[in-house]
Each structure stands twice: as C-alpha cells, then as structure tokens.
Ligand binder design. Structure first.
Ligand code: NDP
Length: 401
C-alpha cells in the first residue's frame, strides 16, 4: 500500500491527483486536503468522472503544524505532497517530522513579507530529516524540477562537464483575458518583479527586473521575447553542479502582460507590505489576487503551447558541444485530460512523478534533497509515458548571447 496525502487544491494539486489516480498501481490510496474542502470535493468528483478512482478529501490549515500533524496521523500516508503555497513549506515539513512521514514540494519556502526565492530555510532541515531517516524532496515541478533533471540527464548521457546552462521557459498560450497569471498570482508577481540574478564565475550578477531581453525562436511556438530572471533552481544547481560557470534563467512575457504589470507596480498594487485600508491592514498584492481570474479558471479558454527546456554547453571527450533538451505541452490537450491548462499540467505531472520516485524507492535517502541529486533516468522515463515527452538535440553552436 502506498498512501499519499496531497495538500493544496489549486491547479497544480488538481493535475497531480488526476495523474496519481491514473497510476493507481503506485498510488493505491490518495487523500487531497486543502484550506477549503469544497475545492477538494470538486476535484475528487472530476477524478472519479475521468478515471473511475475515488479519492478521499479533508480540510486543513497547513499553516497550523498541529492540525497538519493530526491529519497526517489520521491518514497515515507514506508521503505528504505539498502543493499549497510556498508559505506553508516549513510548517508542513515540521508536521512531517512530527509524524515520521516523507515530504515533497514544488516551490521553495517563502516568507510572507519578503520575496526571496532561496533554499536556505529548507536546507536547514537537512540534519533533522537525516536523523529521522526521512526524505524531503524539494522542487518537483517543471521549473524547478524537470529543468534540473534535464541538466543531470545531459551531464549523464551527453556531456562530461557543463560549463554554461540556460533555462528557457516559454508560455506561448493565450487565455483571452486582459491580465491574468497562469499560476498563483501572488507568487507569480513576486517572482517576476524581483531583481534578476544569475550565476557567473562563482558570483551572483544582479540586474534590474525585466531589464535584459532576448528574442528566441521556440519550437512549435515561434519567436518570443524572453527576459532574464532569477529562479530558485539556479541556487540549487550552482550548489550541486558547482563546475557550471554560468547559469541563467529566461522567461517569456507578452507586451500586454508587461504593460499591465508596469501600471500595477507604479500604482503600488504589487506591494507585499501591509497598508491601512478602512481601519484594517491589507496587503495590496493579496487584494490584487482576489480580483484577478483564478488560474484554475483559465483552462477553458487557453490555447497554444508551452515550451520549456535547457541549453547546455560543455565538453565531451575534450570537444565543446551544445545540447538543447525541451518539452512542448499543449494547453488544450492538457485541459482535455485533466481540466487544467498547461502551466498547472507541466507542474502537476512532475509532482506526481517525484512522488512516484519516493514511493517506489527509485529515489531514496535520508535528508533534504534537490532534484539534481538523483539518477535522472527513471524520472525521465516517466515524463515520456506520463504526458510530458521530451526531445534532445545537438545545436551547431552555443547561444550567441
Ligand atoms: P493555487 O493558488 O491555485 O493553489 C494553492 C492551493 O493551496 C489552494 O487550493 C489554496 O487554498 C491552498 N492553500 C493555500 N494556503 C493554504 C493553507 N494555509 N492550508 C491549506 N491549503 C492552503 O496555486 P497553484 O496550484 O498554481 O500552485 C501550487 C504550488 O505550485 C505553489 O507553491 C506554486 O508556487 C507552485 N508552482 C511550482 C511550479 C514549478 O514549476 N515548480 C510552477 C507553478 C506553480 P484556497 O483554494 O482556499 O486558496
């Protein structure tokens, strides 16, 4: 029996439990819990209709360690999959330690009052998970997640060393809304408006947010503007693959998205510090989230494809080579399969695969781990069979920028 408890009933949680139900040989017993049980029940109904599998649901406030531990004690899972928000990472890790259960997530812990996107809070749990003989697998989404596994795959099969790594995240989808974010708006806007940082020759290089642009022709999407950004996997990749001299992360944004974001920023709506409104403290970005479309509601109208991958340049037998490894995912196909668009799909499928790695023992160990610390092959095999097939090609030359 491999019991799993998934916390968080957003778009990512929805995809993950649908895909778990489709792999009932691995996930024999699934419970979905979230702040509002009605959202879990709606997902459970969709899972039943689409797969015939019955999943259990529960209510939990995952900021509350004792309440989360009590739910874990009641469900008795082997693994807790945290698909709530990054704010809950540490409380759920604490609850797992209290109850002796493995932990997994898709995004690094974030304090509410400062956008950091750093791993050190979670890496600080290394000894406690090790002592407890438990595993915490961090960042099993697409990026972070698959992009780190892609890097280790290239290193295992195509290159002896990687010298430069560029992660290219393109969403060529159109949801037909003036302004909406494809995953949790609060986290998305915090990420996009943060100072851009990349790793070069042993140091961080900082540039103002969205100040560095390149046009890139993405397979099955076409040419798009992509912007240099900070992303959390840079921190773990430079730690676990220290030979890499330069790691950069690029994400595409359309003109309309950037125009709205600029106005929202200029008028103060993206602030994450509290302001007084009618005698009550509110966080402008949280209020903004409340008036924006729910990411999970975008699936019905979203058309187009995502294309996310890594370009790595390094040496093979002393000769310089460049490889591009990527996945293309279609929004409408993702929606037809799980009722969620491709951004949730490309995160929820790797979350299911990461959970499968832990539950089957394909990846094992005691302590806190990032994705690039394990053998990429079993994970890469499941990407191909579970809806996110990838391709790898050799490029004639390294990136020209
Ligand atoms: P959503 O906001 O759609 O869903 C989050 C869910 O968590 C909601 O159901 C929410 O409840 C629930 N939740 C929030 N707070 C609590 C709490 N205190 N206790 C219990 N449940 C809570 O987000 P997404 O599904 O888009 O994203 C989920 C996670 O995936 C995020 O951490 C995000 O950063 C990460 N992510 C990772 C990516 C990657 O590639 N690695 C890419 C995209 C996302 P309610 O419905 O009541 O608000």
């Amino acid at each position: 029996m491999s019991k799993v408890l998934v916390i968080g009933a957003g778009g990512v949680g929805s995809v993950a439990v649908h895909k778990m139900a489709m792999n009932a040989d691995i996930f024999t017993d699934i419970t979905l819990a979230s702040r509002r049980v009605a959202k879990c029940d709606a997902i459970a109904e969709s899972v039943k209709t689409r797969t015939g599998v019955t999943i259990k649901t529960a209510q939990v406030d995952a900021d509350d360690i004792d309440a989360t531990a009590a739910l874990i004690a009641q469900v008795q899972p082997k693994l807790v999959v945290n698909l709530a928000l990054p704010y809950q990472d540490l409380s759920i890790m604490e609850a797992c330690l209290k109850t002796g259960v493995h932990y997994m997530d898709t995004a690094n812990y974030e304090p509410r009052d400062e956008a950091k996107f750093e791993y050190h809070w979670q890496w600080a749990y290394q000894e406690r998970f090790k002592q407890a003989g438990l595993m915490a697998l961090l960042g099993s989404g697409f990026d972070p997640g698959v992009t780190s596994v892609f890097a280790t795959y290239l290193k295992k099969h195509h290159l002896d060393t990687i010298e430069t790594l560029d992660i290219l995240d393109c969403n060529g989808g159109d949801h037909g809304q003036h302004f909406a974010t494809n995953f949790n708006p609060e986290i998305n806007i915090r990420e996009v408006t943060a100072v851009a940082r990349h790793w070069e020759n042993g140091d961080w290089v900082e540039t103002p947010p969205l100040s560095h642009k390149q046009t890139f022709d993405f397979d099955q999407v076409g040419p798009k503007n992509m912007y240099l950004m900070y992303h959390e996997e840079i921190e773990s990749l430079k730690t676990h693959l220290p030979e890499i001299k330069r790691i950069r992360f690029w994400m595409t944004f359309g003109g309309a998205y950037l125009k709205h974001l600029e106005v929202l920023q200029n008028v103060g709506m993206t602030r994450i510090d509290p302001v007084m409104y009618e005698g009550k403290e509110i966080i402008p970005l949280q209020f903004l989230k409340a008036v924006l479309p729910e990411p999970s509601s975008l699936g019905v109208t979203t058309k187009g494809k995502t294309n996310i991958g890594d370009i790595a340049t390094g040496k093979k037998d002393g000769v310089e080579k460049t490889f591009y490894i990527l996945n293309v995912c279609d929004h409408e196909e993702a929606y037809a399969e799980t009722g969620n668009q491709a951004v949730s799909y490309t995160t929820g499928v790797p979350a299911m695969i990461g959970a499968a790695m832990v539950l089957t023992g394909a990846w094992s160990g005691a302590g806190v781990f990032n994705m690039e610390q394990f053998d990429p092959d079993p994970f890469m095999d499941m990407l191909n069979t579970q809806g996110l097939p990838w391709q790898v090609k050799e490029l004639d030359a390294p990136l020209a920028f």
